[in-house]
Each structure stands twice: as C-alpha cells, then as structure tokens.
Design a protein around this ligand. Structure first.
Ligand code: ADP
Ligand code: MG
Length: 262
C-alpha cells in the first residue's frame, strides 16, 4: 500500500526559476509531519504547489493523493478530494462575513456542481441550523468570540485572529491532509498556544498534518512524529522529534555544512 499523499521527485519553478529540485515525501492520515527550513528554502512553494496555485509550475515529478496524480487538478478539486492549506499570509475579503464565507466553503466542499451551469449542486448542502451548530462548536474549540462570525474575513483581524480563522476553516472543512504554512508566524505565545491546541483537537486517525515552520517553538505544542529538513529545494534530512531540538540548538548552518560535506 502506498501512502495517502505521495510526493515523488517534485521539481517546481516560479517565474522560470527552479525552486523545488527533486522533493520526495510521503504522508499518511493519522500522521503528523513537520517540514523545517530556512527562509527561502521553498517551504511555501511546496505548500502552494500541493494546493495547485497557478504561479507554481510543476516541471517534473508527481503528487499522488488517495491513489490519483493530482498535478493537473484545480485547487477546488484538490479541496474536494480532502486537501487543505492554511496560508502563511491569509487574504482579507472585505464585504464577506466569516460565517457566510465558511458556509459557502462547506457547501462547495460537499457537492460537485451539477451540469446546469447556474451554480446548483448535486451534493446536499448543509442546513442553516446544522451549519450554525457546527460553527458554534468549532469556534468554542478555538476560543473565538461569537462576534467573529459576523466580521468580514480577516478584515482588521490581528495576526492571531487570522491564523485562528485559518484553523476554523480547517475545522469546518474536515480535510484528510492539512498543510499548515508557518501558522506560528506573527503569533504571540498565547495565540500560538490556542491555535496549536485547536489543531491538536482536530488530530485523528482520519487526518494527516504537515506543519511547515522556520522555528521549533510551534513543535512544543503540536508534536510531529516525523521531521524533515528542507534546504535549497530538497529534503536533506529526515528524522524524529530530536532533529527539531538539534536545529533549535545549532541553527541551520549545521545542516547546510553536513549536506555540503556529505
Ligand atoms: P520559504 O517559504 O521557505 O521562505 P518560498 O517558497 O516562499 O520559501 O520561496 C522560495 C524562493 O522562491 C524564494 O527565492 C522566493 O523569492 C521564490 N518565490 C516563491 N514564490 C514566489 C512567487 N510567487 N513569485 C516569485 N518568486 C517566488
Ligand atoms: Mg514561507
């Protein structure tokens, strides 16, 4: 049996420049992995490529998810299959409330568009009552005030609120593999703890998580079993939690030297 998500020899170019240079990684549901790497090593490039961002061109290699090569699928198709990305820099959507945004997202994830061309769906959409119940439950889990639901998506949100909004989306969409791109960046220690506890409550045998981070500190809260180090577009080292601690002590120079020397 191959893993739920299999990345094979992935090469990705942005604006004609090769950023990922042959990346291999396998993730199963129920597993928590972390990718650590210095700035500019290609972490967000990997995250955006997995989700199908059009600026990231796969020039070689494959991405298999649940037995299907998804390289040619659109982001919404990938989402329906069960992939999710929490952005490093979430966008603001003035005029659209968080609740309305989330309900649209949940419905889009649930059903395929039918052939009518007028936006109708074959799948069953969530009832208003069921939606409100689910939203209330997930917001409580993330310690979010109920007024949050009525605010425009990320409009005037603090760094911590934006990241909570990302994890709230994840909680509502119930993906099978979730990629968290520097969810720790810009968070103070309290926000980091709340966001991490939210993620931990979502962990289950039906969810695989890829935590992408520059710093070790989020891994004090979300505990991965597997750590991978990304340098210059390749995973140069993989190991257990001890690898993150070693990085914290010695920084990335040690890895770069080990790679250059070996
Ligand atoms: P990380 O997330 O590890 O800091 P990135 O994947 O964001 O690294 O960036 C890796 C390299 O790719 C950098 O040199 C960056 O300038 C370049 N890059 C990434 N995304 C884009 C983009 N959308 N347009 C131009 N260059 C990009
Ligand atoms: Mg990044």
């Amino acid at each position: 049996m191959s893993a739920d998500l299999v990345i094979k020899n992935l090469h990705v170019s942005v604006e004609g420049q090769e950023i990922l240079k042959g990346l291999d990684l396998e993730i199963n549901k129920g597993e928590v992995h972390a990718i650590m790497g210095p700035n500019g090593s290609g972490k967000s490039t990997l995250a955006n490529t997995l989700m199908g961002h059009p600026a990231y061109e796969v020039t070689e290699g494959e991405i298999w998810f649940k037995g299907q090569n998804i390289v040619k699928l659109s982001p919404d198709q990938r989402s329906r299959l069960g992939l999710f990305l929490a952005f490093q820099y979430p966008s603001t959507i003035p005029g659209v409330s968080a609740a309305s945004f989330l309900r649209t997202a949940v419905n889009a994830r649930r059903g395929q568009l039918d052939a009518s061309g007028n936006g109708n769906r074959k799948g069953e959409s969530i009832s208003m009552r069921e939606f409100r119940q689910l939203l209330k439950e997930k917001m409580a889990m993330l310690k979010m005030e109920s007024s949050f639901a009525g605010r425009y998506v990320n409009d005037g949100f603090s760094g911590g609120e934006k990241k909570r909004m990302e994890i709230l989306q994840m909680a509502m969409l119930q993906p099978e593999i979730a990629i968290l791109d520097e969810t720790d960046s810009g968070l103070d220690i309290d926000a980091l703890r709340i966001v991490s506890e939210g993620v931990n409550q979502l962990l289950s045998p039906n969810l695989g998580v890829l935590v992408i981070t520059h710093y070790q500190r989020i891994l004090n809260y979300i505990k991965p079993e597997y750590i991978h180090i990304l340098v210059n577009g390749r995973i140069v080292m993989s190991g257990g939690p001890e690898l993150a601690l070693k990085l914290e002590e010695t920084g990335y120079d040690w890895v770069k030297e080990a790679v250059a020397g070996g």
